[in-house]
Write a protein that binds this ligand. Structure first.
Ligand SMILES: C[S@@+](CC[C@H](N)C(=O)[O-])C[C@H]1O[C@@H](n2cnc3c(N)ncnc32)[C@H](O)[C@@H]1O
Length: 385
């Protein structure tokens, strides 16, 4: 099978994933060459690549076709300090990775979940919108070259990517939402008020408006909406108005400045920092996290084989509510209302729930990985059509 770059692919690159994704698309094309005899890759795949080479991992290291230099960093130390994957055993239980299966990991992060699925023999297409995460995972997963393809993309764009590649059916889709520990800990990314940094919060720093842009430019009504809708912050109006007043004298530039200001305005007391909900809200708004999740959930069933799994790990009630309602919608066969003469079949019915209630981490895990405390896993399986 020969691959050549097409104009339609170039169009998708620019329109859907931005210029930064082009390099990764080329890698995707090369990787697919391994898979062209597999049933889930169409004979007329649209993903194309001019160069023939053996490659599995997107990224910039090494010359084409040559093995890369070994990483100077101890993989084990590096991975654990970057991010500890939550609910690892449960992810494996619900995804059921095994040789011959192809999965999409929409949130690569430190690569922990992807690595576990690779160890079970599966093949993975893994996405992250953060170039740093991809670079880290590329090092970590180098021994699985050929079995994994790493792409820089928002997971909401996954249908366009798979369609271009001629991949119509996956054995499973995993998303482990939010940010990684590394992103939180790195003050220069501006996700946390614990360490002072620029007010950024973009998972993909090449695109979109930063938290500073929102805080210094949006009007009080919009800031109030963000704090209320994405943070469920009771003092949303008060805080929003105070921010708008203060920025007239001096714009906000740093996370500590904003956090201290919110603490002074809200006069909340307690264990949790008074700016916690506003920071959560800003991060969700900056990255359109709920919109991306809704887009992914809407498209996911179309790309799953019968028996394919959808597994979502969320970390706050806004996300979990969306996951719960969407999976319920897919798992409901009939709708009924008193005014209808008879029940009507739900046109969205296509999945069976594997988890009636969300699966949560046990005490052993939360002791060693406090981040797992708020994790909620929900899973469903695609029904035969
Ligand atoms: C919680 S971490 C995932 C950790 C990963 N499962 C592991 O085992 O290391 C979330 C990652 O997903 C990425 N992410 C979040 N939302 C995304 C989206 N809409 N599209 C692509 N990547 C996203 C973040 O940049 C972050 O690296």
């Amino acid at each position: 099978m020969t691959f050549s770059v097409t104009s339609s692919l170039a169009h998708v690159n620019l329109a859907k994933i931005g210029l930064a994704g082009v390099r990764y698309w080329a890698e995707f094309g090369r990787w697919l060459m391994h898979l062209d005899h597999w049933p889930w890759v169409g004979a007329t795949t649209g993903v194309t690549c001019g160069m023939m080479m053996q490659s599995g991992l997107g990224g910039s290291g090494g010359r084409e076709g040559e093995p890369e230099e070994p990483s100077p960093v101890s993989d084990e130390f590096d991975s654990l300090s970057y991010h500890v994957p939550v609910l690892p055993a449960e992810v494996i239980e619900y995804m059921c990775p095994e040789p011959g299966k192809l999965f999409l990991d929409g949130t690569l992060g430190g690569g922990g979940h992807t690595e576990l699925m690779l160890q079970a023999g599966a093949q993975i297409i893994a996405l992250d919108q953060d170039a740093e995460a991809l670079e880290h995972a590329r090092q970590r997963l180098r021994s699985f070259q050929g079995a994994v393809c790493l792409l820089k993309s928002n997971f909401r764009s996954f249908p366009a990517m798979l369609e271009e590649a001629g991949i119509t059916a996956l054995d499973g889709i995993l998303v482990d939402l939010g940010v990684s520990s590394h992103q939180l800990d790195d003050a220069t990314r501006g996700f946390s008020f614990q360490n002072d940094g620029p007010l950024d919060m973009r998972m993909n720093p090449d695109e979109g408006r930063s938290a500073g842009d929102l805080i210094n430019e949006e009007d009080a009504e919009e800031l109030e909406r963000i704090f209320r809708d994405y943070g469920e912050e009771r003092q949303a109006r008060r805080i929003a108005r105070a921010i708008v007043q203060r920025r007239e004298e001096k714009p906000f530039t740093g996370t500590a400045d904003l956090a201290n200001f919110i603490a002074g305005v809200s006069q909340k007391h307690g264990k949790t920092h008074p700016a916690t909900l506003c920071f959560q809200a800003l991060r969700i708004a900056v990255n359109d996290e709920l919109g991306a999740l809704e887009d992914l959930l809407r498209e996911a069933p179309r790309f799953l084989k019968p028996g394919g799994r959808l597994v979502v790990i969320s970390f706050h009630s806004l996300e979990d509510r969306i996951v719960k309602h969407t999976l319920q919608k897919y798992a409901t066969e009939w709708h009924d209302r008193p005014e209808w003469p008879e029940p009507r079949r739900n046109p969205d019915y296509c999945m069976k729930l594997l988890t009636r209630k969300p699966v949560e981490a046990g005490p052993e895990e939360t002791k060693t990985n406090p981040r797992a405390r708020s994790a909620k896993l929900r899973a469903a399986i695609k029904l035969p059509s």
